[in-house]
Design a protein around this ligand. Structure first.
Ligand SMILES: [Zn+2]
Length: 102
């Protein structure tokens, strides 16, 4: 079966491979964490210094809107990867056919 990929043309690929990176006062990447203890903030996400508990004091709640944008970036990245792999498969198939012709 040949799967047809009807992607809309005209969309330029101006998104970047990685989303925005949050850095703490150490100028180190602040990892994304989730509140794990019971309470009103259970499950909420935040960025905090990587050197927990000896942090530099950096702490930032994650804005849900930003998080959604992040995920959209990731989905776009995966789309790009799939297209790239599709092209690679096509190239390899053509190469294979050429080899068989000889
Ligand atoms: Zn820090």
């Amino acid at each position: 079966m040949v799967s047809q990929n009807s992607s809309a043309s005209g969309s330029s690929s101006q998104y970047r491979l990685s989303g925005p990176v949050v850095k703490c006062y150490h100028n180190e990447v602040a990892p994304l964490r989730v509140v794990r203890h019971n309470g009103p903030r259970l499950g909420m996400k935040f960025y905090a210094c990587a050197y927990w508990p000896a942090t530099c004091g950096f702490f930032s709640w994650v804005d849900d809107a930003n998080l959604i944008q992040d995920m959209q970036f990731q989905i776009l990245d995966k789309d790009t990867t799939i297209t790239d792999l599709d092209n690679e498969v096509k190239m390899l198939k053509e190469e294979n056919e050429n080899l068989e012709d000889q």
